[in-house]
Design a protein around this ligand. Sequence first.
Ligand code: CUA
Length: 359
Amino acid sequence: MFGACRLGWGRGYLARLCSAVGVLFLASAAAAERTAGSPGLPHAPNIFLPSSAPAELIRELAWLVLSITAGIFVVVTGLLVYCVVRFRHRPGDDGHEPPQVYGSNQVELAWTVVPLLIVVVLFLGTTRSIIAIESAAPPPDALRVTVIGYQWWWEFRYPELGIVTANELHVPVSARDDRRPTALKLQSGDVVHSFWVPRLAGKTDVIPNRDNHMWIEPFEPGTYVGQCAEFCGTQHAKMLLRVIVHPEGDFERWVAEQQRSPVVGDDPKVRAGRDAFQQTACINCHTVGDTVATGIFGPDLSHLMSRETLGAGVAANTPENLKAWVRDPQQLKPGCRMPAMQLDDDALDRVVAYLLTLR
Ligand code: CUA
């Protein structure tokens, strides 16, 4: 009776586990299909849907490793289940041990040589992918961007274009016959971070006092999401990033917009906001082109409103969220380095009106 109950529980549990795994697998496959090319929405992170040369090599390797390990799993589990069922305890067993086998050369040779061969295949496959990705020097005319990780946001500097922006990396699309890869130099302003955009390339750690290098070469325009992949403090989970891949010709338009200085206009509220901004401690941390604000601890705000999100992906960059952010960043991102500036409501309105003009 007790045995039957246990068997019943076991069967139901196994069935539920199998169906849960199956549903998860199908759902992720379906989600991957759905988000593969929906315009306007960011592409979901998925290493099995690469859209960039290094990520394609990583997918090949991932499939090789997964198929070998899946084969091992099926063989081991199959033998285990077979033995459990075939040699289970039955009524009327005499209770004696089965014959024991020691020192079979064939068996020992088989379980030494086969795993060794498997490890060699995995080693060679991995080495080939690493060399293919790391030895591919970007062409001299590749776009060069310096990525700096901070607690908890990303700075992107384009030294050859004189552009500094944050949390959203803009690059041109690459065509198979007209390649435009982007070479990234990774630096850290404080602790160890890791730069990861799954559909574009593998992870690369961002380490203080060291330059690391990687490259991306996206083949499809759109927005690709990524995140810091190394625990770096309380807001590590909200150290998100986006890579915006521009269609052909569109990247130059973005560059021209970023190179323009912000225009204040004649609106008295905006002008008052600019004055208030320049008279608070905002300027110690932030830079805005053509103003006294030249701080470098926080993101460059010269083109703040050209960005989709605030606080490294914490919230959409809407006027309401911007106001809430300036009023008290700790509400949206507890522990972040930006303090509330204790502005009264009027000053807050004016400063936000000014920030909204930074396009
Ligand atoms: Cu930066 Cu985790």
